[in-house]
Design a protein around this ligand. Sequence first.
Ligand code: 8GT
Ligand code: MG
Length: 312
Amino acid sequence: MRRIHVMAAVIRDPAGRILIAKRPDHAHQGGLWEFPGGKLEPGEQRNVALARELREELGITVARARPLLDIHHDYPDKSIRLDVWQVDEFEGVAHGAEGQPIRWVAADDLDEYAFPEANAPIVTAARLPPRYLITPDLTDRNALFAGLQAASENGVRLVQLRQTHLDPDAYRKLADAAMEHFGSAFTWMLKGDHPPPQAGAGWHLSARQLRQFAAAGWRRTDNIAWLAASCHDEEELKLADRVGVDFVTLSPVLPTQSHPGSPSLGWERATSLLRSTNLPAYLLGGLSDSNLSQVFEAGAQGIAAIRALWLR
Ligand SMILES: Nc1nc2c([nH]c(=O)n2[C@@H]2O[C@H](COP(=O)(O)OP(=O)(O)OP(=O)(O)O)[C@@H](O)[C@H]2O)c(=O)[nH]1
Ligand SMILES: [Mg+2]
């Protein structure tokens, strides 16, 4: 089956709400909510097609947009590439120019709406920020909290509390204290052999855990707020999908100070691995904010980093 290239937009208003529209009952996947967009025409540039569709369907003019997520999905009757872009600025007032109902929805409320099957990772990507901070090992709690404070002021919203020097009990106490101290400033991803006991916390699996859990036939359960896994190759990306993670890190893209001398993927391999998965993925390894536009172009959610996102 020929794969149809579809442009779709996660459009944000200044309050951070996202625009969804209802597909007509008679259309493919009719009656479900969608992210506005439509098919790329032959020879058309992706950004041009996106702008055209949003002008036709909503009467708005795109002012700033960038790739968010690239999905390849096979419906029984149709194969699509859903090329999802985030629109951060636009001109005009959005309205259902084709008579379709539209709604502005808080990102965290998107899961209350019924979308086509291909859209599940888009709802996740829309809720995730472009930067994922992994904490350096620090024995001094004040230094750790000061660094987290600085990261928060710098706009970091997603944090993996990685403190490899702590035993499970000390780690749990530190996580409790950090979550209490920073409240909802961060979404927390915690490490460990079991789902975190802290309400609302996510769980970040190592590649070794991912392989073990997948081999045991384990699948994520609803009581885990966010599930992520560290991946390094195509096989691990497949296992991550199989256990039901929300997102992954893919590493190492470039050589890093924390793993000197170990082989890195390079941009080309990283880009082709990203193409093989529908999961939102943070590229990790030697990357900083200055790489963000290249990272989006490669099809990733953003960057994960220790050093580059730690300001002290
Ligand atoms: N626009 C859009 N299409 C989606 C989404 N999710 C999803 O599976 N699709 C599928 O992608 C394909 C593109 O749909 P479309 O109907 O918007 O294309 P279009 O605007 O060019 O419409 P037309 O050909 O009817 O004029 C459809 O098969 C649709 O089911 C989504 O969130 N937004
Ligand atoms: Mg459309």
